[in-house]
Each structure stands twice: as C-alpha cells, then as structure tokens.
Design a protein around this ligand. Structure first.
Ligand code: CA
Length: 263
C-alpha cells in the first residue's frame, strides 16, 4: 500500500466529507487558507518498526506513542541515533493512538477500546484509566487542556483531571467540514493536525475550527526510503524553546525537522 501520491487536499478532503458534515453555516465568506511548503532543516533516524500515532517534544526529549496490537508502546527517541527507550507498553489487545504529556502525567489514547491510559511520568506506571465515547486518534495539549481528535472533523477540548469533554469544535476548510483529523500538535496558539492518508497538515484556529493554513509535505520522504512497510505521514512535535518542528510517518525510516514558508 502506497499513499504518497500528492493528493490535493481540496479534492480528497472534500470528497471524504460524510453526509452529515454539511456545509457549515457561516454568514461571512470562508477563510482562504494560506498554502505552505517546507524546507528540511535536519534529518534524523526513525525506527521503521514504529507505527507512529503520537509525537511530542517535552522535557528536552522526543516522545512517541505507537500503534498496532501487540506492538503499542510509549517510548522516548534519541534524535541523533533514533534509538528508542521504552516508557510503557500497552496490553496485547490494545491499539495505541495519540499521546500527550501534561504536568507529571502522560496520556495515551487507544483506537477502539474507548480507553485513555494515564501514566506517572517519573515511574512509567499506569495510574489511571478514563473512558470516552467513540474512537481515539490524536491528542495534544495547550499546557492546560487536552485536545483530542477521533477521525471525524471534530476536535474535543478535554479536562485532563476528569477526561470530560468541555467543547466540540468542527474543523472546516473553506467552509466545509474535513474528515480524518489525526495526530495533533499545539504550536504557538494554533492546532496543527495530520489529515489521515494525505501528505498535508492543516493549521487550525482552535477557537473556531477554521483551517487557516495547509502545509504540503508531499515528497518529504525520499523515494529510496520508501519500502513495502512504509505507511502514511503522521506525527508532529514542537520544541517550543528551540522553535523546532518535527514530523514523521508510520513506519518511516526518517524523522524531519522542518520550517515552513508560504507558497
Ligand atoms: Ca503531536
């Protein structure tokens, strides 16, 4: 399976809108999103065995949550060597999804078992489990609240103490709801989201759900790095202090530090 053809966001995403995601009723004209391209600032190794579902830079380290039954872990990655150090392993029956670190805890979603795991950051021990409806996809934090995607156009604002959903925001691109929002990252007050099966990341105003920018990462993984195991672009992490943006993909051999510029 190869999904690296440069799929135009407008074509694929609008086509993927479900029947219940009708045109959002907005009185004003839809925002025209800015189009961004990228420049690779650094290339790092990435374990090709990692089916990346969550990525976050915190405490001077890169954290990764992976998926697949029997292979779902949380690990830290050494940027120079790509070597992973195990933090926690999910039970065999669980399929890991997004992760985020907040305070002294690490949160991990699961795909279809409606469960979020909460770990003590110091010990790696599971200290709590929360239930939520629907699927778990991406997870990030603004330093106070959690933001969660579930494969639909919706992003939920979640209370980290209770995992209760406080707000649902429907993400729209040129006035149309867009589906398959995946891995998330909070970058300077905006929500960045991978869009499943595409090479694009959308930049969302978290207050309104309006997509203000689209980053086209088509071609970022060189042809020679693509193997039968290589899957889709997924995973965004931000080093706020160093102003570094990291991206990778599921079972990719590389992880990239990028900067973006308007097309
Ligand atoms: Ca992330």
């Amino acid at each position: 399976m190869k999904k690296f053809a440069s799929v135009l966001l407008s074509g694929l995403l609008l086509a993927s809108c479900g029947g219940n995601q009708a045109r959002a009723k907005r009185p004003e004209a839809p925002v025209e999103p800015k189009e961004y391209t990228y420049r690779v600032r650094a290339v790092h190794p990435h374990l090709q065995t990692s089916y990346t579902q969550g990525l976050q830079y915190a405490g001077g380290r890169l954290w990764e949550g992976t998926g697949q039954h029997g292979q779902s872990v949380v690990q830290t990655i050494d940027l120079e060597t790509g070597r992973a150090e195990l933090f926690a392993r999910l039970p065999h029956e669980e399929f890991g999804e997004g992760i985020t670190l907040l305070g002294d805890k690490l949160y991990q979603l699961t795909w279809q078992s409606n469960k979020a795991y909460v770990y003590d950051l110091k010990t790696g021990k599971k200290i709590k489990e929360f239930r939520y409806p629907g699927e778990g996809w991406g997870l990030t934090t603004d330093g106070e609240k959690l933001y969660m995607s579930d494969g639909t156009p919706n992003i939920y604002t979640v209370d980290p103490a209770t995992f209760k959903r406080e707000k649902r925001t429907t993400v729209t691109y040129k006035g149309m709801a867009i589906n398959f929002l995946n891995e998330l990252e909070w970058i300077d007050g905006k929500l960045w989201a991978n869009v499943y099966t595409t090479d694009q990341i959308v930049i969302i105003d978290p207050a309104t759900g309006v997509v203000e920018g689209v980053v086209d990462l088509a071609g970022i993984l060189p042809e020679e790095e693509i193997t039968p195991a290589t899957d889709v672009l997924n995973g965004i992490a931000y080093d706020a202090a160093g102003k570094r943006i990291f991206v990778t993909g599921k079972n990719w051999s590389k992880l990239f530090e990028i900067e973006i510029t308007e097309k």
